[in-house]
Design a protein around this ligand. Structure first.
Ligand SMILES: C[S@@+](CC[C@H](N)C(=O)[O-])C[C@H]1O[C@@H](n2cnc3c(N)ncnc32)[C@H](O)[C@@H]1O
Length: 234
């Protein structure tokens, strides 16, 4: 096992997210950042089996990219105690919201990376993730900002490498442009199969898919729920 930061971390990368800082944190949130966040922060090591970031009994590891306020992450962690949930989001106020939700409850199967999800994806070994969630990613609607969208062909390559054959990739958006963009890329990617067989499969939120804060607002239009399966061979 190589104990070092992933090689890409030092490289200059295009910034994908909008902001790290938001409204001022309350005294309680500041205290949670001081006391709870260090316990849950992922000690990222390149090539390390992600199950070893958790305690005994964790059989599979799922990743949520951009967990926002953490409502989906925490519900998945509670509903699936045998799964380790890694959440990545650089937004300080979102991390503070997640910490407040965890405060006092058990969080033995949650690990947080307060930063870019790419740090984690790049550091993971091959075929180790059982599920990946990208829920209501920033839509970056202007054409000149499309390069900042999280879903890109190279990102699908990176996810396909880190996901197990048969693993599920869930992507949701209420932005029709982003839905089309995602389908164009995922359908062209040899590593993924769109599992929908009828319109209801992507128009109606499937069972076991807790609602997120952005979804509840659905500012841009009706949400689409896209499920892809990592194919066995590429
Ligand atoms: C529109 S919000 C959606 C939040 C949440 N998923 C929801 O549905 O309520 C997008 C989130 O993705 C985060 N984000 C953007 N780029 C990211 C990246 N490269 N890695 C991790 N999180 C990212 C943002 O900070 C923001 O919290």
């Amino acid at each position: 096992m190589v104990s070092s930061a992933p090689s890409d971390l030092g490289r200059r990368r295009r910034l994908l997210y909008g902001r790290r800082k938001g409204p001022k944190l309350s005294a309680h949130q500041k205290e949670l950042r001081r006391s709870l966040l260090p316990q849950l922060t992922l000690a990222l090591e390149s090539g390390r089996d992600p199950r070893t970031y958790f305690g005994a009994g964790v059989e599979d590891v799922w990743l949520e990219v951009g967990f926002g306020g953490g409502e989906h992450l925490i519900e998945q962690a509670r509903a699936n105690p045998q799964v380790g949930l890694i959440g990545a989001d650089p937004y300080e106020a979102g991390v503070a919201k997640l910490l407040s939700k965890i405060d006092g409850g058990s969080a033995s199967n949650i690990r947080i990376h307060e930063g870019d999800a790419r740090d984690i994806i790049e550091a993971l070994p091959d075929a180790c993730l059982g599920r990946v969630f990208i829920l209501f990613p920033d839509p970056w609607p202007k054409a000149r900002h499309h390069k900042r969208r999280f879903v890109q062909m190279e990102m699908l390559d990176a996810l396909a490498r880190a996901m197990k054959p048969g693993a599920e990739l869930r992507i949701a958006s209420d932005d029709a442009g982003y839905v089309d963009w995602t389908l164009e890329r995922a359908l062209a990617h040899p590593g993924f199969l769109w599992t929908a067989s009828c319109a209801a499969d992507w128009r109606i939120r499937p069972e076991g898919w807790p609602q997120t804060r952005y979804e509840a607002k659905a500012l841009h239009g009706p949400p689409a729920y896209l499920c892809f399966m990592r194919r066995g061979n590429m």
